[in-house]
Design a protein around this ligand. Sequence first.
Ligand SMILES: NC(=O)c1ccc[n+]([C@@H]2O[C@H](COP(=O)([O-])OP(=O)(O)OC[C@H]3O[C@@H](n4cnc5c(N)ncnc54)[C@H](OP(=O)(O)O)[C@@H]3O)[C@@H](O)[C@H]2O)c1
Length: 432
Amino acid sequence: VSKIRIGMIGCGVVGQGVLRLLHENAKSIEARLGGSIEVRRVVARDRGKSRGPHLRDAQLGFDPEALLTDPEIDVVVEVMGGLEPAGAFVQRALTAGKSVVTANKALIADRGHALMELAERRGADLYFEAAVAGGIPVIRVLREALVSDRIVAVRGIVNGTSNYILSQMQEQGLAFEVALKQAQQAGYAEADPTLDVGGGDAAHKLTILATMAFGARGELQSLTTEGIDTVDAADIEFARRYGYVIKPLAVARALPSGALDLRVHPALVTKDDPLAHINGALNAVHIEGAALGPCLLSGLGAGALPTAVSVVSDIVDVGRNLFAQASGRVAGSPFSTGRAPSIQPIADYRGRYYLRFSVRDQRGVLGKLATALGERDVSIEQMVQEGHGKDQPVSVVLLTHPAREGDLRAALAEIDKLSFVVEPARALRIEA
Ligand SMILES: NC(=O)c1ccc[n+]([C@@H]2O[C@H](COP(=O)([O-])OP(=O)(O)OC[C@H]3O[C@@H](n4cnc5c(N)ncnc54)[C@H](OP(=O)(O)O)[C@@H]3O)[C@@H](O)[C@H]2O)c1
């Protein structure tokens, strides 16, 4: 029988899931691959930690060097995370002609193109299914199943922590801070949740999705990234009354101009939107193909076993290519040779908005708000005012017709200076 020998860097949540899946499904994997997978070396950092029941002492080491220079290793599995030294390890493995499977979204978002080009030059494979939406096979779908179609838009809920928090706020009427604490206690959020709730993690994943779907390159810096930490329980309630749910979205859309609309932010979606029903820590990616039409993939975007499903499937694919001596058979991105599209500046984005103003209850306030918006071509579709009382501020909530974001922001900046305004205006995009 043929055999592929892997070396794995990292043996934490994902790494131990990989070992477990390789162990439990060894027979069926072997039958499907037409060969076996041998875990030759595993490298971690902390000598004191337990690594679960599926690793023998002889396999475990603490020197990445020994793994990277081992000529008996065909495939390097990088499940340690972070840009460095993970990036250097992946680069060295590819340079040595070893194929790489990684779950590292930060690395692929930041350096995916250079690494894909390196893999291509070296005739090696670089697979990263687990980097986007954990166990959901979205990279494979874009790269292989939909290679025949032209993708029009990809919209996803790709950060389980953010989705869990907004779902809890929605279901239980909690404030953001309370829902975040609950998420931390339930193990859905890290002690430092910045990358999740601030949108950075979703931005990494969107960057990768935009590369796979549209051939975008290195867009992280120019990407509009807004976290869910600006969403208030009051916004969720007002949105509900208008028939919307607030979801943490990542959107990549091809515009008629050829440019890309790329954004990560909480958005109002209608109750009938398929993404409105993706709750808790679930992830989903909604792809729209010109020929296919809409297609929804949903499932668990994190966790040891779901993520391991993607990592091990990548190992099997890489192994099939090795057996067929066809490494590099499937290009990293179906667009890796095309010209990268430009990114539309967010000021030129056009869409509908939800606006909430906190104002003193004075005569003429609504008129002044409408005038300030109207002067910038932002017209109002619906409006409610809530709360009363001489000294208490009231909320004015507006839904707008489609407007240009630059114009809207200019109007809001002027409104924020008006004497009756108590707090800066809140604005959320309506993605419908
Ligand atoms: N967790 C998920 O659900 C999930 C889902 C999708 C993708 N991912 C991605 O998968 C990767 C791993 O995540 P994880 O949750 O498994 O992280 P983790 O539990 O923190 O595990 C990281 C592992 O890497 C090892 N490590 C770190 N620095 C090292 C170094 N310099 N040399 C050798 N080993 C080193 C750690 O060693 P010690 O154990 O000795 O500390 C640990 O075993 C990340 O890129 C993450 O974004 C995770």
